[in-house]
Design a protein around this ligand. Structure first.
Ligand code: PLP
Length: 230
């Protein structure tokens, strides 16, 4: 099996080729390594190969790593579903939250983020494939939620995140990601700080980069098949 270091090289090459193919500047897309279910040592290995930003879905699993890796300077991104009783830990230990889907969660994160720290970066999660089961706000609710989040003092609204349905054709992936780009353009006039489109995973990063992703969230292609949480 390929090593994490080899997988990182291969993934960075995929991103660079996708940027090039789309006529985008090299380095315009940031790699977020999704380390959910991975061990602290695997994150350490990815860090020694140059990665700094890591995405986590489950608070307990994440906190083990945040504590075990406190000697490293890492950027932690919370990308999983977020319930109210988890916001305090997330506001203290993370740098980004990609999965904001209601005002109440953003308000709690702002209230619980220490004002002397850098603001917590937020993305609104959009239910771009409009499936009943997926989390995220409907496309037509994004603008109003962005307007409500922007005045909150200890958070910074950075953009939008989406996880399109898993069974889309390549053409449908492109359409979903293109809708995200248009939604981002609609909210950008609200604030100059809105600059992030978090979309694209191991299987669809090329389509996401072609349609304007600025951050791709990659797990399997870096760390191999996912492990069950015990
Ligand atoms: C697990 C996960 C990813 C990474 O998916 P891969 O297909 O393993 O690259 C990205 N985003 C979110 C929100 C995830 O939960």
């Amino acid at each position: 099996m390929a090593s994490i270091v080899e997988n990182i090289q291969r993934t960075l090459t995929r991103i660079r080729e996708a940027e090039d193919h789309a006529g985008r500047a090299p380095g315009s897309v940031k790699l977020l390594a999704v380390s959910k279910t991975r061990s602290p040592d695997e994150v350490r290995e990815a860090h020694s190969a140059g990665l700094r930003a890591f995405g986590e879905n489950y608070l307990q699993d994440a906190m083990t790593k945040v504590e075990a890796l406190a000697d490293l300077t890492l950027e932690w991104h919370f990308i999983g579903p977020l319930q109210s009783n988890k916001t305090r830990a997330v506001a203290s230990h993370f740098d980004w939250v990609h999965s904001v889907d209601r005002l109440k969660i953003a308000q709690r994160l702002s209230d619980q983020r220490a004002p002397e720290r850098a603001p917590l970066n937020l993305c609104i999660q959009v239910n771009i494939s409009a499936e009943g089961s997926k989390s995220g706000v409907a496309a037509d609710e994004v603008y109003a939620l962005a307007q409500q989040i922007l005045p909150l003092p200890n958070v910074a609204l950075r953009g939008l995140m989406a996880i399109p349905a898993a069974d889309l054709s390549e053409a449908e992936q492109h359409q979903a990601f293109a809708r995200m780009q248009r939604l981002l353009e609609q909210i950008q006039p609200l604030s100059p700080g809105i600059d992030t489109l978090s979309m694209g995973m191991s299987d669809d990063l090329e389509a996401a980069v072609a349609e304007g992703a600025t951050m791709v969230r990659i797990g399997t292609a870096l760390f191999g098949p996912r492990r069950p949480l015990n």
